[in-house]
Write a protein of this length. Sequence first.
Length: 322
Amino acid sequence: MKKFFALLAGLFCLVGAQAQYETNLEVVAAPSAAVKAAMERNGSLLLTELNNAQGENRSLSLEGIDITEQAAESLMIMWEVCPFRCDELDIYERCLHLGNNQALQVRNIPVIMEPRAGERFEEDEYQEIVLNFDNSGKIINLCFALNQTIYTQVMRSNLEVTDLRRRSLVLDFVEQFRTAYNRKDMAFLEDIFSDDALIITGTVRKRVNNDGVGFASGVTYKVQDKKTYLSNLSNVFRSNNRINVVFEDVKVMKHRQKDYIYGVKLVQHWNADRYSDKGYLFLLWDFKDESNPKIHVRTWQPYDATPKNEVFGLQSFNTSKL
């Protein structure tokens, strides 16, 4: 009997040691059978490793996964900020074709965010991620996705953006931009802003009446250059363990004469350890070099204090020199 229980215990230990929280990715409409197989293999291995590393409370191990060094470094940064897992056993998604260097994309991958012990997590526990692959099936990027309804609305908005390929590219970089704040990626932000970028931030002016009660009386705007903005942002990153940025109500506008200039207007929710806010964000993007777009203008205006007819847009800035 003792031998039986010893054998049974050994079997349980063996099963536990080999247990895997697997997620299998199946891709539809890939360019070829070989690319499909590579995307599915690398995507499945990565999602399974996310599950196991989160469940075992350990660091990620990307050995055996075909992933670029830059993508691996970015993922490690995201993981240190907040681990996450995929609870789905099987994921069936279409392969999308982006405009930059024939990149491939798989969207709608659900994940559950699991903060480190002792940290709070609020309404954004459920998120979706996007996997980008090169044309051989290697993973080249992972970022947090825009809300699927927002993504679909923009992609169907023929009145504002008529180029389907460019639309997908614009939204891809908007998602990368959002993710860069969440993972505190100063290198990406340093690269994405042009050297002469214009940064405008609105602050609510407050007055105090005779009863000592404060009230808003308008918005004051501060103009910064790229160096000053990024220096201040670096201090914010250092003073907050976790930052969560969410984009809503995204609108994409193409310049009437210059088809490589796009304006992106959205509502941004910023949640950090020390500060939270909600505001209108506008980004003026230059996609002349599709693989290396630049932001020339970034504006932020407080949501409750800014009338909708005063929100900055593409028409607010002179683009004649771009």
